[in-house]
Design a protein around this ligand. Structure first.
Ligand SMILES: [Zn+2]
Length: 427
């Protein structure tokens, strides 16, 4: 029996303040939460850790990561070059990086074959340190489509149904379908829808029949529309990205998303702060969707290029920069995410019966999300973890920007030039 006490404990789904709180942990579970002064006598012999003037809160949830991508400049090339054994080593390192910034649950929305399942199980049985992983396995895509190299290609309704069933048999926790192309796969474009709506609906029906959630990757408007109509649980990115880099946000569709049971997983990475700075004319859909009242869950797409797994807290800062309040960002990374991902009986809040996933920070992250950088304590499923040092997240070098960003800047500049009135010749 272990007893953690702290000046402040954030309890319940609303992250409400409990002053001078105590949390009792038995094995991997929380068994009691309340004022430390009211600790029941049955726990009196417990091993007490007095954390002092800190805030204890639930471990954080990143709803969109890729353990198999290393977050460097060329993660796709690396994944394709690595054999399975080497990929698993990369994935275990990624998992440890996430846990080192207080992420005690992460959803992997695309890795090769069923490698993620093996990694998930190695973490759960204590072989390796990392967050509880919810693993989708390979993202389901069309032949040659976005992330085809993860080996989830399907082209017909029958293939779609079979793929969902095959992955279920492989014990994945959830599914991921690529409703549009993406930025990272050459020959695929984010504004193009990949699947007919009926095929997406088959994937959703099968996933829900099996009691599992399904995520749809969607950038362009048509792919977002089809994914929403098919009834997916989460829309990933939901960026309304257009070919010419202009603002593609559709207010009517945004309102439909807000009124639906589908949540938005905006993959608002640490790198978004660079994007906001370098593309000042662009409107970012996350702010619009938040104001429209959509359910938002914190997610980063960590592992993709220039987006390391250890930058989770900087990603939450990007969500604040996009217009969310720190408190709503924190909820999106704890109880709201747990509910959307279907794990609120296990994670997302500090409560008796739930997993002992706790972190402690100096300050109050409900007022200032940056307080999460000052991590003082991490416990995942009852096991205390000493975080590895996390580097400072640096802005991109303006002379060495990623190609995709250079293309977006050029597209925005040419769109801007077109909208300027033609200069009138004088003379
Ligand atoms: Zn992704």
């Amino acid at each position: 029996m272990r007893i953690i006490t702290a000046r402040r404990v954030l309890v319940g789904a609303g992250l409400d303040t409990l002053e001078n709180g105590g949390v009792v942990i038995d094995g991997d579970r929380v068994v009691w939460v309340g004022p430390a002064s009211e600790l029941p006598g049955e726990f009196a012999g417990g091993d007490v850790t007095a954390l002092g003037d800190v805030t204890v809160l639930p471990g954080l949830i990143d709803a969109h990561v890729h353990l198999g991508f290393d977050g460097g400049p060329n993660p796709v090339d690396r994944m394709m070059a690595e054999n399975d054994a080497r990929q698993v080593a990369t994935m275990l390192r990624s998992a440890r990086e996430l846990l080192s910034c207080g992420v005690t649950t992460a959803r992997d929305l695309g890795s090769r074959d069923l490698l993620g399942v093996a990694v998930r199980d190695a973490i759960l049985d204590g072989t390796a340190d990392g967050p509880r992983m919810l693993v989708a396995g390979p993202a389901i895509t069309v032949t040659g489509g976005h992330c085809w190299f993860m080996n989830g290609e399907v082209d017909s309704p029958e293939d779609m149904r079979r793929m969902v069933r095959t992955l279920h048999k492989g014990t994945v926790d959830c599914f991921k379908v690529m409703s549009t192309g993406g930025n990272m796969t050459s020959g695929s474009a984010p504004w193009h829808a990949q699947f007919p709506q009926d095929d997406l609906a088959i994937a959703v029906d099968e996933a829900h029949r099996l009691g599992k959630t399904i995520a749809a990757h969607a950038h362009g408007v048509e792919g977002i529309r089809r994914a929403l109509a098919a009834g997916v649980d989460t829309i990933e990115h939901c960026s309304f990205q257009t070919e010419d880099g202009s603002d593609g946000y559709d207010e009517e569709l945004g309102a439909q998303i807000a009124a639906s049971a589908t949540a938005v997983s905006p993959t608002c990475s640490a790198r978004m702060k660079d994007f906001m700075r370098l593309l000042p004319g662009r409107r970012w859909a996350l702010g619009d969707l938040y104001r429209a009242g959509a359910t938002i869950i914190a997610s980063t797409d960590s592992g993709i290029d220039h987006n390391p797994h250890w930058a989770f807290v900087s990603a939450l800062e990007s969500m604040v920069a996009a217009g969310m309040t720190p408190r709503d960002v924190l909820l999106s990374a704890t109880s709201v995410s747990a509910r959307v991902l279907g794990i609120d009986d296990a994670a997302g809040r500090i409560d008796a019966g739930l997993a002992a996933d706790l972190i402690a920070v100096h300050g109050d992250p409900r007022d200032d999300i940056a307080a999460l950088h000052d991590l003082r304590f991490v416990m995942a499923r009852g096991a205390e973890f000493t975080p590895d040092p996390v580097p400072v997240f640096a802005p991109l070098d303006p002379d060495d920007l990623p190609d995709m960003l250079v293309r977006m800047i050029e597209a925005q500049e040419s769109a801007h030039a077109k909208s300027e009135p033609e200069p009138v010749e004088v003379g």
